[in-house]
Structures are given as C-alpha cells and as structure tokens.
Design a protein around this ligand. Structure first.
Ligand SMILES: [Zn+2]
Length: 48
C-alpha cells in the first residue's frame, strides 16, 4: 500500500497554501512554514 494522502496546507501567518503529502506535513509541523518560518500545527492542514 502506498500512502498517497494529500493535505492542503494554509499558513496561519503568511496565508501561503500548498498541497503536501504526509511526510511533508510532518516536516512542516516539525520545522515551521517554509515561507515565513512560523510554527504550524495540524490545525493548518485539511484533506485535499
Ligand atoms: Zn507562512
């Protein structure tokens, strides 16, 4: 089984949005927004 779940990420700070997969989602939660560096939580993601 391949995990093909995608999420739509919308940054609460800079409003950048992008579609990410599960590993990218985890990386964003660990590292923060790639654009503005703001910390993000799972609240910032919705299923694409
Ligand atoms: Zn941001």
């Amino acid at each position: 089984m391949t995990d093909t779940t995608d999420y739509t990420f919308v940054c609460p700070e800079c409003a950048e949005s992008m579609v990410v997969n599960a590993p990218m989602r985890d990386a964003l939660i660990d590292n923060g927004c790639v654009i503005c560096g703001s910390s993000v939580s799972d609240q910032s993601f919705s299923h694409a």
